[in-house]
Design a protein around this ligand. Structure first.
Ligand code: MN
Length: 228
């Protein structure tokens, strides 16, 4: 048997300071995982818990590359997020065991066509066209938990052209990393290579061509991206 055409290249993330490549399987994203962001989007975090959606693995934009402003939108927003990369998975993983699945952490942007997302929300339709487009997930190199541990608190921020737009602390997450892994594993079979984008603090807003985005999570790293 032969492939009809060359299979797509395996998407990977680099590991900081090494030649190792982390092969990416799926990208799960958590919506409204910081109360202040839920409020700025017009929701009550006490009544509506966080929830999941997905991006495609090949939506990842490797660190160092520019973010091309996507088509069919006039309102593309930045969402700075901490990323969790899994080295193992399973189903129905108890919260107490969940962190043993974690390979490491990174810093990513959940770039969002907010106008298309809003239209889909209004119509009760899926979010893909707002969230899962080409290059919609710029991501830093990963750092292993072996090196940095499992961050529970620390600043998460984004600057646009040198000015703070988003500022929070990862201790403000409604669902903690272990809870996200456990909850996801009740819905899907998690596996090595899965990546979770853990939600964004408040201050999301539009980007334009020429903007320079600089995201940071204490103890995890930095991500710098230019919009072109
Ligand atoms: Mn997000």
């Amino acid at each position: 048997m032969t492939y009809l055409f060359s299979p797509p290249k395996q998407t990977t993330l680099k590991v900081r300071g090494t030649d190792d490549l982390f092969p990416v399987h799926r990208i799960y994203c958590v919506g409204r995982n910081y109360a202040a962001h839920a409020v700025e989007m017009g929701h009550d975090p006490d009544k509506e818990p966080p929830f999941f959606f997905q991006k495609n693995p090949d939506n990842l934009l490797p660190a160092g590359q520019d973010f091309p402003y996507p088509p069919k939108s006039d309102d593309v927003h930045h969402e700075i997020e901490m990323v969790v990369a899994l080295k193992s998975g399973g189903e129905n993983i108890p919260v107490e065991q969940a962190l043993t699945c974690v390979y490491g952490y990174g810093v990513a942007l959940d770039m969002t066509r907010r106008d298309l997302q809003a239209k889909m929300k209004e119509q009760g339709r899926p979010w893909e066209i707002g969230k899962a487009f080409e290059h919609s997930a710029p991501c830093s190199h990963l750092v292993p938990a072996e090196t940095i541990g499992h961050p529970q608190q620390g600043a998460i921020w984004l600057k646009v052209n040198g000015e703070f737009t988003q500022q929070g602390d990862i201790n403000q997450m409604i669902w903690k990393v272990a809870e996200m892994i456990s909850t996801l594993s009740e819905l899907f079979t998690l596996q090595a290579g899965d990546v979770i984008m853990t939600g964004t603090p408040s201050g999301v807003g539009p980007v334009k061509r020429g903007d320079r985005l600089h995201g940071h999570v204490d103890g995890v790293g930095d991500l710098e991206v230019k919009v072109v």
